[in-house]
Design a protein around this ligand. Structure first.
Ligand code: ADP
Length: 497
């Protein structure tokens, strides 16, 4: 019999991908298909649900074809997805009543201001682990019900709400299950982490009827069989998890205190906090890591708004480099930034600062400051911001992690990774398989169908590629961090309210 394989569907913000893995976690093939973004008004972002579905099916078929595997050898399929993006469809016909409202969309910022003004902020934080924001699905769904006048239909059970995992499951699985996994539910601002159920008090405040909400299932569980129209055979669809949660699993951060950081457009750092749900004192989110066999594992999460996007800015707006990869050579052409700091607070600063009025700041320049110093300062800024998140996590849980596991496009930059290790004084570890999000979804699916005996077995798949050991003297580290924090102070509260 041929070796069994696993397929991950990775439905992202700009493209739908499918990745085929063998059970040892080697990538056999991958295919990504991009789709258009829609910006109907400033600050609004939408996707056509049909684009999400068709690009995902195309990516799946193409990846399987590229891999050359027999469809009969696919043991299971896992789903991972852009989080918080909100869809609402007709239970009878499957037709969406509106475009998907994407996580980035700010249309409900006023609704969140109202929630805060009414004094619901603390209660929402306590129950959901989230800091109330338009980013999460709850106010997006409430907006759809209000603006399309759909309350009665939702109440009558005629409509289905779902995040992208839920939407894909409904369309790809025979029998159209209306389900979502706990990690995705945890990003809606309607899910109570303690009871692991939708929260009636929150639903009442948002005026969302339970009848339109999906059933919450585990992250690793067979939810049904892939419809035979897609690959010609039924295949178990056996996992669903939000992208950052899947990546934490794919990085084998299975033990309490293990942390990963993904360096993409933004950076997303998650720390496994085990069975304990930690209430952050430093502006981090408390979220699900995953739920397996009904047992929740929790995580702390922090994000950097401008990660790799800072390098795109150097390339596209400042024209200081022509490719992102070039930043490494330019940065290492000088021995330091010569005291220059860039605080890329272009859209404000997130945890642990949370200042939406801060703006980008370049300080410490002299007559000798040149392009290389600025490029280096931009890369260092990604590391400083991530170090601040790590510090916040360490303070919240009372222990410094033993290492930081990294992935994402900008983690290819060796200068950035070495500086990250130096400035945190913690080793930075890069795995062989950088597609950790897809790998995590595949492993969660493999676990559900018994290809791995238990969660610990999946960790054997994770392989170290490179470790960046910290080598910077303590006094230099402290000096640089002090400078960074002085620079951050200067960026704060810049916009006039
Ligand atoms: P996303 O999934 O958010 O699109 P990716 O993981 O594909 O992001 O990473 C792309 C980001 O990484 C871009 O913002 C790009 O500027 C940055 N990037 C890619 N390669 C490098 C590099 N060698 N050095 C620094 N930044 C890089």
């Amino acid at each position: 019999m041929a070796q069994k394989v696993l397929v991950a569907l990775d439905q992202g913000t700009t493209s739908s991908r499918a990745v085929v893995f063998d059970t040892a976690g080697h990538m056999l093939a991958a295919k990504g298909v991009e789709f258009p973004q829609h910006y109907p008004k400033p600050g609004w972002v939408e996707h056509d649900p049909n684009d999400i579905l068709t690009t995902q099916i195309t990516a799946l078929r193409e990846a399987v074809k590229l891999s050359g595997v027999d469809v009969a050898d696919i043991a299971a399929i896992g789903i991972t997805n852009q989080r918080e993006t909100t869809l609402l469809w007709d239970r009878e016909t499957g037709t969406c009543v509106h475009n998907a409202i994407v996580w980035q969309c700010r249309r409900t910022a006023h609704n969140v201001e109202w929630l805060l003004k009414e004094g619901y902020g603390d209660m929402i934080r306590r129950k959901t682990g989230l800091i109330p924001d338009a980013y999460f699905s709850g106010t997006k769904l409430a907006w759809l019900l209000d603006h399309l006048d759909l309350h009665e239909r939702a109440e009558a059970g005629e409509l289905c709400f779902g995040t992208v995992d839920s939407f894909l499951a409904w369309h790809l699985v025979t029998g159209r299950p209306h389900v979502t996994d706990a990690t995705n539910a945890g990003r809606t601002m309607m899910f109570n982490l303690e009871t692991q159920d939708w929260d009636d008090e929150l639903l009442k405040i948002l005026d969302v009827p339970r009848a339109c909400l999906p059933k919450v299932v585990d992250s690793s569980q067979v939810i049904g069989m892939l419809d035979t129209s897609i690959l010609g055979r039924p295949i178990p669809v056996a996992s669903m998890a939000g992208d950052q949660h899947a990546s934490l699993f794919g990085q084998a951060c299975l033990k309490t205190g293990m942390v990963k950081n993904t360096y993409g457009t933004g950076c997303f750092m998650l720390m496994n906090t085990g069975e304990k749900r930690i209430h952050s004192e430093h502006g981090l989110l408390s979220t699900m890591a995953w739920r397996i066999n009904g047992k929740p594992t929790y995580a702390l999460e922090g994000s950097v708004f401008m990660g790799g996007a800072t390098i795109q800015w150097l390339r596209d707006e400042m024209k200081l480099i022509s490719t992102a990869a070039e930043s490494e050579g330019v940065a290492t052409s000088v021995k330091d930034t010569g005291g220059v700091y860039l605080v890329p607070a272009f859209t404000g600063l997130g945890a642990p600062w949370w200042d939406m009025y801060s703006r980008g700041t370049l300080v410490g320049m002299t007559r000798g400051t040149g392009r290389a110093h600025v490029v280096r300062a931009a890369l260092e800024a990604i590391a400083y911001q991530s170090a601040d998140l790590m510090q916040a996590m360490a303070q919240d849980c009372g222990a410094t992690p033993a290492q930081l596991q990294v992935d994402g496009g900008a983690s290819a930059n060796a200068f950035l990774m070495q500086f990250q290790a130096d400035i945190m004084n913690v080793p930075v570890v890069r795995p062989q398989v950088m597609e950790t999000t897809a790998l995590g979804a595949a492993l969660l699916a493999g676990l559900a169908v018994g290809l791995y005996q238990n969660v610990e077995d999946t960790a054997a798949v994770w392989q170290r590629d490179l470790t960046f050991e910290p080598t910077m003297p303590e006094h230099e580290r402290e000096h640089l961090l002090r400078g960074w924090h002085r620079a951050v102070e200067r960026s704060l509260n810049w916009l006039e309210k």
